[in-house]
Design a protein around this ligand. Structure first.
Ligand SMILES: Nc1ncnc2c1ncn2[C@@H]1O[C@H](COP(=O)(O)OP(=O)(O)O)[C@@H](O)[C@H]1O
Ligand SMILES: [Mg+2]
Length: 425
């Protein structure tokens, strides 16, 4: 392992910015080589995109695979995704040569200028040539090409749940029979092509919100049963500490005894991005005080003022926004209450859960609604566990990340009365 590490300044990291994850890289590479298609699951900022990009870099360098990484954040249809994937092949001439041929009609307008266009422009041109009626044919052709080149192909699709959620819920947020059918067709088509070209075309999917909860809402979970789940855990204490030390060496900073443990303890869960953020705050503090050693007082200050302050806010408010995106308005309100209760009392108890159910059901006390509320709450707990907010502890649920808990409490706890102190309790 290298001894120094450069700080991350982009959304994802690779190469000399990438730390640890040796075991995960090796395992993922082995599974792919054995013919698996995978779904990388983990909460946001755990390093899913980074792992995919580093894996793609390694496998490309080894020479056995062409790797195509595609971010579907801005896509909302099957045609969008196929245009994106087709355009990304331009990075590899042997593949691009064939793709260009298959899309000759759409690209004919550009003739000689084609090679000077940016990938984004190529994508726009290709997109104009794909309709809602012929995307399957065009997509099949693309897979056929990818399966018949001189190397194997690895397709890495990022932000899939965002795209699927958009397909499923449309602009107004409701799932219609048509939107469900379209999403089903796309995912079933993708699975069929993976199965048809097994051991030639390999697929890895991921995204910042869980794919399974999104599919569950549309009762489409079976469409991804060909994917092997690959969970990415937070760094262990040793990896987080070695990362901090390697960053320290790069920027001329060392850590006083006990400070590394204290940082890890404050975080509770060593999500790589939070480790990096913590270091950035500490470095900032050392520079201001012209010091080269991090002390326990620095750690305390950086946590309270930096991590729970503006720097943390920019990062952690995503946890709230993502829920807003993934949930209906009523479920979002219920989830917010459950999380605030967990942050303020440190544990979301069965009694509090029951209180929230009664509170919800009071708005419509029919037995049918009572049942629905229970089902909705179960589903929310499942999402909150799955997306890395809460974990079960004893009878109740607690925040996995102490940082997120403290931030959540600071943000939402101010005007919140915990359930046990409410009248009637
Ligand atoms: N292996 C790693 N080495 C160093 N930093 C990492 C690593 N993985 C993640 N990070 C940090 O986390 C941030 C988010 O990584 P990213 O791959 O975008 O996560 P995700 O896709 O899970 O949201 C990076 O900018 C970097 O600060
Ligand atoms: Mg990502």
């Amino acid at each position: 392992m290298p001894t120094k590490l450069k700080q991350a300044h982009s959304n994802w990291v690779e190469g000399e910015y990438f730390w640890g994850r040796e075991h995960e890289l090796e395992l993922a590479a082995r599974k792919i080589k054995e013919g698996a298609h995978m779904l990388i699951t983990a909460q946001r900022r755990m390093g899913k995109t980074s792992l995919m990009r580093e894996l793609a870099r390694k496998l490309s360098n080894e020479g056995e695979f062409y790797c195509f990484y595609i971010d579907l954040e801005g896509s909302s249809s099957a045609a969008d995704a196929i245009a994106k994937l087709s355009a990304s092949t331009r990075a590899h001439q042997p593949v691009w040569g064939k793709v260009k041929g298959a899309f000759a009609n759409a690209l004919s307008f550009f003739k000689d200028q084609l090679e000077s266009l940016s990938i984004a422009d190529v994508e726009i041109a290709l997109r104009a040539g794909i309709t809602n009626n012929d995307w399957q044919d065009k997509g099949d052709k693309l897979f056929e090409i990818l399966a018949n080149t001189d190397k194997k192909t690895l397709i890495l699709l990022d932000e899939v749940p965002v795209m699927i959620s958009r397909m499923l819920r449309g602009i107004d947020g409701t799932i219609t029979p048509e939107s469900r059918a379209q999403t089903d067709t796309f995912l079933t088509w993708l699975r069929a092509n993976c199965q048809k070209h097994v051991r030639r075309v390999h697929l890895i999917l991921t995204g910042s919100i869980g794919l399974e909860p999104v599919l569950r809402q549309g009762q489409l979970s079976a469409t991804i049963n060909h994917l092997e789940a690959f969970g990415l855990e937070p760094w262990d204490t040793a990896t987080a500490s070695s990362c901090l030390q390697a960053l320290g060496r790069q920027y001329g900073i060392d850590f006083a005894p006990g400070t590394l443990d204290s940082i890890v303890d404050h975080l509770g869960s060593c999500i790589p991005h939070h480790v990096q953020l913590f270091f950035a705050r500490l470095e900032d503090r050392c520079m201001r005080s012209k010091s080269t050693q991090v002390t326990l007082a620095d750690v305390e200050h950086a946590y309270k003022e930096g991590m729970l302050g503006n720097a943390g806010h920019a990062e952690l408010s995503h946890y709230e926004e993502r829920l807003r995106l993934a949930l209906t308005k009523d479920d979002y309100t219920l989830a917010l209450d459950m999380l605030t209760e967990a942050a303020v009392t440190r544990s979301l108890s069965p009694a509090a859960l029951e209180y929230f159910r009664r509170d919800e059901a009071a708005r419509n006390p029919s037995p049918e609604n009572q049942r629905q509320v229970l089902e909705r709450q179960r589903n929310l707990i499942w999402i909150l566990e799955h997306d890395g907010y809460l974990k079960r502890k004893g009878e109740g649920y607690v925040f996995i990340s102490k940082l997120l808990r403290d931030w959540w409490k600071a943000r939402h706890g101010g005007f919140y009365t915990q359930v046990s102190k409410r009248s009637g309790q």
